[in-house]
Design a protein around this ligand. Sequence first.
Ligand code: SAH
Length: 475
Amino acid sequence: MAQPLFPVFADLRGRPVLVVGGGTVALRKATALREAGALVRVGAPELNAELAALADTGEIEHLPGRFAPHWLDDVWLAVAATDDEDVNRAVAEEGQARRLWVNVVDDARASSVQIPARVDRGPLQVAISSSGTAPMLARHLRETLESQLDASLGDLAELLGRERDRIRTRFPQINARRRFFDRLLRGRVPALLRRRQRLAAEHEFSAQLSADASSARGSVALVGAGPGDPGLLTLRALRVLNEADVILHDRLVSSEVLQLVRRDAQRIEVGKQAGNHHATQDQIHALMLEHARAGKRVVRLKGGDPFVFGRGGEELEVLRAHGIDFEVVPGITAALACAAYAGVPLTHREHAQSVRLVTAHCKQSQDTLDWQALALERQTLAVYMGVAGLEGFSARLIEHGRAPSTPFAIVENGSRANQRVVTGALADLADLARVHAVQSPALLIVGEVASFANTLHWFGDAPLGAPAPAVAEAA
Ligand code: SAH
């Protein structure tokens, strides 16, 4: 087994460091070293334009010519970043002889120190090393962490640094201090910093510092889970899911998305069946309040986007009325996802200048629609609806003047592994849906653009009801 390396974070402020090489790799290393406050000397016969500019302004010192051992005089660390293996080795050997730490870029064996892959959040640095065995793995992990660690963590580190003395004075005992940090880091201060409300974060910090331990406050994040494909979650949604204590999720949220939730979070399905909307909605409100009041970080996870036919507005009104802190993380709504995954551009310069998002889940909601407006040409309708209402829907559109030949596309289970698309003409909508036994969840797209699904489809199977291909496929 490879010997693991010992990690250290070096204080290079005001200390001379040598970089050998004058190209882009040398530039990258010189820049990173300068950011850590090192006095950087760059040795090379010639410098590239950026390095030359730094040398001109005195931000680095240029040592001209080929590597000479005296370049190592007084330095604390050396980085060999040339594309000449012999030069790199000479730097490494001479450095070893002087008991200097030397990094040879991309050559773990010749190096006595390695520069780790890192995630940089101001004073907060996450460094990753595979001890030279699998640099690509370290890089992969870095990318994962990069997407998971919020940009505001640097601000949080700065705030904690500034307040360090106050925290120690308030909680001289280590255990009490730990508990305080635990509450603090799960609480509103990081959330406020993420929202870029720095002043409010500082006030909240002070309030928490003087409050007693039992007053932890919960919060609710209203999060859009998108249509099903976990790749369509936002980074913000992923982070919030990682931090949640309790998840209240709809039936529409896919199991792939639920797998990304923090392992020890409590999951509660609050799925609604058509018909008993109101009773359940009150229960959802009660659950959100109960858990938030218990100091938990609650995620209210909804299919698609929480503000598109998701009753997100009502839920926030309840939270507001009860003084519970909340945030909203948008999701990719079914109309956008289904259109994209079916190859249907919702607008098109020649066919549709506007899009309407319409809901028509039950007969009652269909009765209140403005059919005159819905039947207008040159617009796309994206209809969130139960499959049962399809027949009435197409009939009424035609009744109000939309051409019976207008194309439609039904996208069932959009973006999921079992996605199906059915296309045809408006007059045949109900028949085709029946023939292909379309199931919920399904989104109906009506308008000239819908026929693009026949040519631009790229995900899953070709649309059902599409014209037969011109050339028969070999059996
Ligand atoms: N807030 C959700 C919509 C909730 S209403 C959003 O923004 O997407 C529920 C309706 O959304 C379903 O009846 C169906 O019409 C549509 N829908 C949601 N997810 C879908 C999916 N993966 N494929 C097709 N339709 C979907």
